[in-house]
Each structure stands twice: as structure tokens, then as C-alpha cells.
Write a protein that binds this ligand. Sequence first.
Ligand code: GLP
Length: 243
Amino acid sequence: MKVVVADTYEQECLLAADVIEQVVREKPDCRIGLATGSSPVGMYKELGRRCREEGLDFSKADTVNLDEYVGLEPTHEQSYRYFMDVNLFDHINIDKANTYVAKGVGDVEENLREFNEVLAKKTIDVQVLGVGPDGHLGFNEPGEKLWDHAHKEFLDESTIDANQRFFASRDDVPRYAFTMGMGDIMRAKKLLMIINGNKQDAATKLLMDDKIDPKCPATFMKMHSDAVVFIEKKLADEIGYKG
Ligand code: GLP
């Protein structure tokens, strides 16, 4: 696993956008795995700029998102479909028919069947990841056991706490989400993580020792043969990471 310490969040985003740009230029019909949360927002903004101003071409690419809240309509402002439209898809020349975010409403089994079918169709060339304060990837919450394929997760209290900032109240945060499994994430050819915010605990477990711990799913990154983690210098200093 390669670790890149960036001076600022802005620099983190530019370097991360370089990774996506390289994949898209080398393989225009690539599949990009996407993440929500505040961490990748700056990178998405930069990809929009590169598409508009530098001709970075997403017209042949397709995307699949890590996760979606159960119970939110795609038009809900906090649904991940809405997030992706507003933060990325509306700013690049991708065909929205080629973007997939799991359905949050409707029949649970049918939605999961469809999600797993989409994942089985094509290998992800590069998977964008953030990390939850508790170390979750997508919505794979820490536990004794993790899942291989897409499934429904009951969200940890700490995840609800962390994500309530986006909702009117804590009670409005959905209790369940659909997420790619850890196997789905690990099968991506390349993993790209942007660590941003108060992630001292997860960053310490990811960067400061050699352990793989299902109680911190982010640590599975260590096993991937082509993974890169971008971390801000301030956070790296806080956890004592020297490189
Ligand atoms: C949510 C998403 C995760 C994301 C995490 C971190 O829980 N399901 O995929 O990594 O938030 O979010 P942020 O980047 O806002 O800290």
C-alpha cells in the first residue's frame, strides 16, 4: 500500500484526481467505483474542471457506487444518488444511464439482487474510498465478521452520529444502508483512499501497524496489491506517521 502525505486537502484532491485521470485516459471504457461523504468532494470538483477545460472524457466510462441509504428516494437530498448527480455526474460528460447507485427504496431483496448483478458484470478499474471515523469502508461496519458481496447493513451508532450533520436531526438518519461487500471492494484493480477530517483512530490502525482487523475494515486496504492512500500532513502529524 502506497501512502502519500499531502500538504493540504486541496493538494490531496489534485493528486487523487491524477490517479482517476490516468485510469480514464488509459482505458476510456473503464469502470470507476465511487464514494460519497465529504472527503472525495474536492476531487470530484477537480474532475469536473478537467472534463470542462482539459477534455478529460468520461463518455465511455461507467460507474458504480459503494453504497446507498435504505429508505431514501433518489430525489432525497441526502440520498447518495442525489449526492453523485450534484457533486460529479452533472459536471462531467458521462452518460447517466451508465452510472449505478443502488436503489434505496423498493423491494430489499430485489435491490440487492440488482446491485450484485451490476457488480458481477464488470471489474472495477479504480475504486474511490473514504473512511468512516470507526474505520468503515462504504458502509461495511466494524465487526467480528465482514461480508464478501453487496448486502444490507445496520449502521453503527457512531456512523449515525458522524452522518447526522447532513440531516435535519439525528432521528432522520436512516438506520440501514446497502453497501458493496469487502470482497467487492478488494476485487477492484486499484484502490484510492482520501482520508480527511477527524479520522485519527482509523488512520492510526491503517498506517501505524501491520494488522488486518475486521473491527477496522479500512485495514483490509493493506492486503491490496495496488492501493494508494492520500492523507493530509496535519492528520499524519497528529498520529505520528513519518512515512
Ligand atoms: C459515509 C460513507 C462512506 C464514507 C464516510 C466518510 O459513511 N458511506 O463511504 O467514506 O461517510 O465520510 P466523510 O468523507 O464525510 O468523512
